[in-house]
Design a protein around this ligand. Structure first.
Ligand code: SAH
Ligand code: F3S
Length: 481
């Protein structure tokens, strides 16, 4: 999703505005995709009604929750290491309780309690509303597990507390689960079947964010283009909906238009788009609304038709190219990024070259690249031998990473001398005298602070660039303020 907060990166523990009446302390940290970060905000909201304020001090926590990722083996190892750290802290603070949330909780279920003695509580992604009961159980000295996946739960009625708030950008979740069953992917098993959230509750959340001064939202889902609201229920049951429900259903293009028109000054982003589900009407809605950012994260995974088929990606290389062509036709300056996996079972050098030639055709702005990691229970794990040697996976990975680097540099250099609109998000990591924000294409832009402030829309003239960053100087406020 826009984008994986990579497992190499440390988990983020974040805090909310404290409530004075709350006496207990929650330390919550998240690994993996943006959906986990967004879910942790829902969890903090549920627990703030149970007497918990968040803390960034692990040592003072009454309750530690870790929101976990299962997407690759390394992501799981990172969490296991984190549990060791909690263990050390628990020796000093024996009353501290530890809970595991998210995809590892769902995948391992009560096995977690056997494997990791530190864990008191295991809660899957659809069971967060049960947390107050589960915590009671734990306080009475019993371990507690709820990993039931739901047909309806979207947390649409919960107003998330904004944990990572710079007060400027926020996530708004619109769908949960995934029905696509890509053969390598564990997500359909850990997050269940696909369901969409009531558009009315989405609009209310967006309006509320606008009232609080937020300037940018990202609509989140494993597969946003598959969004379909017909009154509740699973996407796969839409075929049994009444004629009335079918006639009045809201798809992603319609939702996007509603959101963009409800808040014309708010920047709208969305993630993730699956090529097989992205339709022309979505691109048309993007083109027709200035406040919808010109950026699409469009994972492809491989450039080889043989691999795409084996991965159960339901499109061909040619179909992907025509989607790219349509995007560039309707939105010529659209930023496009990808996810690619190297070393999927049976991948030959020729398949790998197909990936390279696909990348050369698209010249992505940036991308996220991974060596294939076999996940237990997936179709690929059951049916295909993980037969590509680790060195080969790594070598192919470094080749595509190097190529992406070239393409990124090519894309950023296209901005030299141009003026772009930037939403200021925070101080630059490298220099406190500079602001950092993004342009509509999602490329990071840094420039001297002058008298501008976080949340301003500023026009920045670009004079220099690296492969990842544009560097320039502000030439005034944009007309979007
Ligand atoms: N649709 C989701 C995809 C989540 S997984 C989204 O919202 O982004 C993100 C990326 O991780 C995938 O696009 C894929 O490139 C990579 N990935 C998934 N399973 C993997 C595996 N078993 N090994 C290596 N990479 C994997
Ligand atoms: Fe995974 Fe494919 Fe869904 S990558 S999240 S099964 S679209």
């Amino acid at each position: 999703m826009e984008k994986i907060i990579d497992e190499k990166q440390q988990g983020n523990s974040l805090v909310m505005e404290p409530k004075t009446e709350n006496k207990r302390k929650l330390f919550i940290e998240s690994y993996g995709c943006q959906m986990n970060f967004s879910d942790s905000e829902i969890v903090a909201s549920i627990l703030s009604k149970e007497g918990y304020n968040t803390t960034q001090q692990l040592e003072e926590a009454d309750l530690v929750l870790v929101n976990t990722c299962s997407i690759r083996e390394k992501a799981e190892q990172t969490v296991r290491k984190r549990l060791e750290k909690y263990n050390a802290v628990k020796r000093i603070n024996p009353n501290m309780k530890v809970g595991v949330l998210g995809c590892m909780a769902e995948r391992l279920k009560s096995k977690f309690l056997e494997e990791e003695k530190i864990v008191d509580l295991v809660v899957g992604p659809d069971a967060y509303k049960d947390l107050p009961n589960l915590i009671n159980e734990v306080e009475e000295g019993r371990n507690a597990v709820n990993v039931i996946l739901s047909k309806e739960e979207t947390y649409g009625d919960i107003s998330p507390v904004r944990l990572q708030s710079n007060g400027v950008s926020a996530f708004v979740s619109i769908t949960r689960g995934c029905d696509n069953m890509c053969t390598f992917c564990v997500v359909p098993f850990t997050r269940g079947r696909e369901r969409s959230r009531d558009p009315q509750s989405i609009i209310e959340e967006v309006n509320d964010l606008a009232n609080k001064g937020f300037k940018e939202i990202t609509l989140l889902g494993q597969n946003v283009d598959s969004y379909l609201w017909y009154g509740g229920g699973l996407k796969k049951d839409f075929k049994d909906a009444t004629p009335m429900q079918k006639a009045t259903a809201t798809n992603f293009a319609a939702l996007l238009k509603m959101v963009a028109e409800a808040q014309p000054k708010m920047r709208i982003r969305f993630s993730t788009s699956n090529p097989q589900d992205m339709t022309l009407d979505v691109i048309e809605v993007m083109a027709a609304h200035r406040n919808i950012c010109n950026y699409i994260h469009l994972p492809v995974q491989s450039g080889s038709d043989k691999m795409l088929k084996k991965m159960n990606r339901l499109h061909t290389r040619e179909e992907y190219f025509s989607l790219i062509d349509n995007i560039k036709k309707l939105i010529p300056d659209c930023g496009i990024s990808h996810d690619i996996i190297t070393g999927f079972p049976t991948e030959t050098e020729e398949d790998h070259q197909d990936t390279i030639s696909l990348m050369k055709y698209v010249k992505y702005d940036f991308g996220f690249m991974f060596a294939y990691s076999e996940r237990p229970g997936t179709m690929a794990a059951r049916k295909f031998e993980d037969d590509i040697p680790e060195e080969t996976k790594k070598r192919r990975l470094s080749e595509i990473v190097a190529l992406q680097q070239e393409h990124s540099k090519y894309r950023t250099s296209q901005f030299l001398g141009k003026t772009v609109e930037v939403l200021i998000e925070k101080a630059s990591k490298k220099s406190d005298a500079h602001w950092s924000g993004r342009n509509t294409q999602n490329t990071v832009v840094v420039f001297p602070k002058e008298n501008y402030k976080v949340g301003d829309f500023v026009n920045v003239k670009i004079s220099d660039c690296t492969s990842a960053t544009l560097i320039g100087e502000a030439v005034g406020y944009s007309d979007n303020n």
